[in-house]
Design a protein around this ligand. Structure first.
Ligand SMILES: Nc1nc2c(ncn2[C@@H]2O[C@H](COP(=O)(O)OP(=O)(O)O)[C@@H](O)[C@H]2O)c(=O)[nH]1
Ligand SMILES: [Mg+2]
Length: 256
């Protein structure tokens, strides 16, 4: 609980058997987490079996592999159904430190932000690179972030982090089910938050790079990159009222 608000951590899992337990233990060590929801996207390993051994964990298994975006859709539906006020996505690959969970919950729970991102880029010089982010991923991240900042009129340090916290109100407002079932879901979520006029908080986040924490290959990353640019272009066209998109419906913008 954070100030009477229920804190739920969601973990979209795919082949995370090796790292799920250590991630979970560090999440629970933060004391303020009321419940953890693990959604297993039909992994080929023991992810679901490991998840079922953990206390305070609700496990849901997709009957077949649906993708990272579809996995998050299930995560957020389950979290809202279980009465969450603050929802924090932590990847179960132990890439992002769960030690930031209280700070992120605090920024949401105090009403300062409806969305907080853990940024691998904010902070010292070339931090992400020093922590082991591959050079091509770093430059792709910087290029895409810079381009999307221009297209969406934002000043975020990165669009591509998988460490995110949301208020219940924001999750209820965003048309998440219209988004992709693939990796670009993450990008569409940020674009929608900007579309609805919500400010986004960022916290500098240490990240680790090792084999189990990074499985997306170059080909899938390329598809993701083009899909991000497409999301930004679609945002601009919808903003100019040149196209209609269910991703960006006409709406009253939120007050800051
Ligand atoms: N649901 C689902 N998740 C996936 C799939 N492939 C990767 N992921 C998850 O997507 C997240 C990001 O992938 P990852 O390989 O860690 O990317 P990176 O850390 O950015 O290099 C991780 O939590 C993976 O478990 C998939 O096919 N389905
Ligand atoms: Mg990862």
């Amino acid at each position: 609980m954070y100030k009477d608000k229920k804190v739920v951590v969601v973990m979209p899992a795919y082949n995370a058997a090796q790292t799920l337990q250590v991630t979970y233990e560090e999440v629970m060590a933060q004391d303020i987490v009321d419940e953890v929801i693990v959604v297993d996207d039909a992994s080929n390993d023991e992810t679901a079996a490991v998840a079922r051994t953990l206390d305070k964990v609700k496990v849901y298994v997709h009957p077949q592999n649906k993708g990272y975006g579809a996995n998050q859709k299930t995560c957020y539906h389950l979290a809202l159904d279980s009465g969450a006020d603050i929802v924090i996505m932590v990847h179960p690959d132990y890439q992002y430190t769960p030690k930031l969970v209280p700070a992120m919950a605090c920024l949401i729970g105090n009403g300062l932000f409806h969305c907080v991102l853990g940024s691998r880029i904010l902070g010292g010089r070339d931090r992400a690179l020093k922590q082991g982010m591959p050079l091509w991923k770093y430059f792709a991240n910087r290029f895409l972030t810079c381009t999307e900042n221009i297209m969406l009129g934002t000043k975020l340090s990165e669009y591509h982090t998988g460490y995110r916290a949301f208020s219940k109100e924001l999750l209820q407002k965003l048309p998440l089910d219209t988004n992709s079932d693939d990796f670009v879901f993450d990008n569409q979520v940020i674009a929608q938050i900007v579309w609805f006029g919500y400010p986004i908080g960022e916290i500098s986040c240490p990240a680790r790079y090792f084999k189990e924490a990074s499985s997306i290959n170059f080909r899938r990353s390329l598809k993701y990159g083009f899909s991000c640019l497409f999301t930004g272009m679609w945002f601009m066209l919808a903003n100019l009222k040149l196209v209609k998109s269910p991703l960006f419906p006409p709406s009253n913008k939120a007050a800051d």
